[in-house]
Design a protein around this ligand. Structure first.
Ligand code: ZN
Length: 140
């Protein structure tokens, strides 16, 4: 599987992008992987990137968007923050991804047993975590 190009990105729609992610997740669920050469994709994306989707997910070590959707280099923008909530910086990143870099779909990927959401619900307090959990509470 080759890295996306400006031409292949231009053929993507939100529906087709979602379908690509669903197919990738099905491969993941069946412990299959698309046949791709990551080193070749490094080379293919050397001059630019043309991802088709933007995914906001938690930093949880069990929920890597690239892995659970079986995507390669240059396929998706992956924004990660504990609790997968949006703030000004994440929104700015998503605006870049959609308006300037041309992705067609935004996915907000939550997950079960999220420690950040649990911490927000339990009013956990620890250093800078306290303020971050406060931001999650405003979005619950
Ligand atoms: Zn989480």
């Amino acid at each position: 599987m080759k890295a996306h190009t400006k031409e292949t990105q231009a053929t993507m729609t939100p529906e087709k992008s979602l379908q690509y992610l669903k197919e990738g997740n099905l491969r993941f669920q069946n412990n299959l992987k698309a046949n791709r050469n990551l080193l070749e994709q490094v080379n293919d994306t050397r001059e630019g990137q043309f991802p088709f989707a933007t995914i906001l997910s938690c930093i949880d070590s069990r929920v890597s968007a690239e892995l659970v959707f079986d995507q390669g280099l240059g396929d998706i923008f992956s924004a990660r923050i504990a609790g997968n909530f949006v703030n000004e910086d994440i929104l700015g990143s998503m605006e870049f991804a959609c308006k300037l870099a041309g992705t067609k779909l935004i996915v907000v990927l939550g997950h079960t047993s999220c420690g950040a959401v649990k911490g927000a619900c339990d009013n956990a307090e620890l250093g800078n975590l306290t303020a971050m959990l406060g931001k999650i509470k405003t979005q619950l």
